[in-house]
Each structure stands twice: as C-alpha cells, then as structure tokens.
Design a binder for this molecule. Structure first.
Ligand code: FES
Length: 105
C-alpha cells in the first residue's frame, strides 16, 4: 500500500469532480458533505475516462457519455450493472491523501 498526496482539499469543488493522475491511473475526486471520495475515472460501460466531467449531485456522478450513474461513496452503479474501483482517502494539513494498492491495479 502506498500513500500519495494528490492535491489540496480546496481544489475539489462542491458539485463537480476533479481528475488526478497517480502512476498513470486516472482517479476522480468528489466532495460529499465534508468527505472526499475517490473512484476510478474510467466508466465500466465503454471505458471512457470522463467521470470527472459528469454531472454530480447527492453523491452520485453520471457519466457524460451514455448516462450510467455511480454512488461515489461505494462505486456501485445506481442505474446499471457496473462498479467503479474506490480508493481510501484521508486529509492531512489541508491536503488529500490517497492510498493506492499496487496489487489492485
Ligand atoms: S462510457 Fe460511461 S455510460 Fe457509456
């Protein structure tokens, strides 16, 4: 397990996602209440990496390509069969930390 500082908390705005890239993997960050949630930016439907650009409301992001939606707290789709990979996050001194399991790529 490795821990990465990815950006400051202020860079993740309410109501929209923020894309970060760790070791070549795109990850989308979202703010849900005071919690930061991190999921794979790749939609399982047709593998587009656009979730950070999707509409985001009440903890659910909708892929801008064809409308599959996901709860970013669990990664589970709310209207289809897919599931996003989720990441453990933390906050330290105003920075967002992300745990990456190299065995889980
Ligand atoms: S690629 Fe996301 S819904 Fe089709």
């Amino acid at each position: 397990m490795s821990e990465h500082i990815v950006c400051s908390v202020d860079e993740v705005k309410s109501g929209r996602g923020k894309k970060v890239v760790i070791d070549g993997e795109e990850i989308a960050l979202f703010k849900v209440d005071d919690e930061i949630c991190a999921v794979s930016n790749m939609c399982p439907h047709q593998k587009f990496q656009k979730l950070h650009d999707g509409m985001f409301e009440n903890g659910v992001v909708t892929c801008p390509m064809h409308g599959w939606s996901y709860d970013v707290r669990t990664g589970i789709s709310t209207n289809a069969s897919g599931k996003l990979k989720t990441y453990t996050t933390g906050i330290k001194n105003g920075k967002i930390l992300l745990e990456i399991d190299p065995m889980n790529y």
